[in-house]
Design a protein around this ligand. Structure first.
Ligand code: SIN
Ligand code: FE2
Length: 214
């Protein structure tokens, strides 16, 4: 058996729950390719702040790529094939992202993951994401693959009830977190990002979550 670079040189995957695996540094070798792929995506579908159904402006700025994109407005949360800003389809899911997500999911025990949506979240220092479940996707049998870039963050990983105690997981530049199976509907969120300057991305954190939404 050929050991992967991850086994030989990098930190080992960490199982955080029965169907949740942290892959430290898994995306590090592809950061430049990912950033190159994101640039045209963000030109076509720029960052924007959406509003919750209750009318609150979300602190996180977001965009999407893929056949479907996650949107929120007064009508609720849902996936849409069209970017509401442009009225056009979301930019396609870059091949590098699709491949990376498939490999990460497989490492975590989810073979054959083919996402059709990637939510791209942008955090400035101080930005947080409150506890929520990812439940707008059709098939909860498919995992979520989350890629973190830029400033570090503390990810809150709770239970199936909002009030359940949450683990605190450090997510650093290049880390990939995969959750699915019986962990798929766990509440999760992000603590306010601490001020800092990341050597590659500056004063920001970017998180990509790949989903099979439709
Ligand atoms: C999300 O739950 O959509 C994003 C999680 C993260 O930014 O790490
Ligand atoms: Fe989420």
């Amino acid at each position: 058996m050929i050991q992967s670079d991850l086994d030989l040189f990098g930190p080992q995957p960490q199982r955080l729950a029965s169907h949740t695996v942290l892959l430290p540094g898994f995306a590090l070798g592809e950061v430049e390719a990912l950033l190159d792929a994101l640039r045209p995506v963000l030109r076509a579908a720029p960052w924007r702040h959406m509003h919750t159904p209750g009318g609150q402006r979300m602190a996180v700025a977001l965009s999407n790529c893929g056949a479907l994109g996650w949107v929120s407005d007064e009508r609720g949360y849902r996936y849409s094939p069209l970017d509401p800003l442009s009225g056009q389809p979301w930019p396609a899911l870059p091949a590098v992202l699709l491949a990376l997500a498939g490999r990460a999911a497989a490492q975590a025990g989810f073979e054959g993951f083919v996402p059709d949506a990637c939510l791209i979240n942008h955090y400035l220092p101080g930005t947080r994401l409150s506890l929520h479940q990812d439940r707008d996707e059709r098939d909860f049998g498919q995992p979520i693959v989350s890629i973190s870039l830029g400033l570090p963050a503390v990810f809150l990983f709770g239970g199936l009830q909002r009030a359940d105690r949450a683990q605190r997981i450090a997510l650093n530049h290049g880390d990939v977190l995969v959750w699915g199976g019986e962990d798929r509907l766990r509440f999760h969120g992000v603590l306010p990002v601490k001020p800092g300057v990341h050597p590659r991305l500056g004063e920001r954190r970017i998180n990509l979550t790949l989903r099979k939404a439709g």
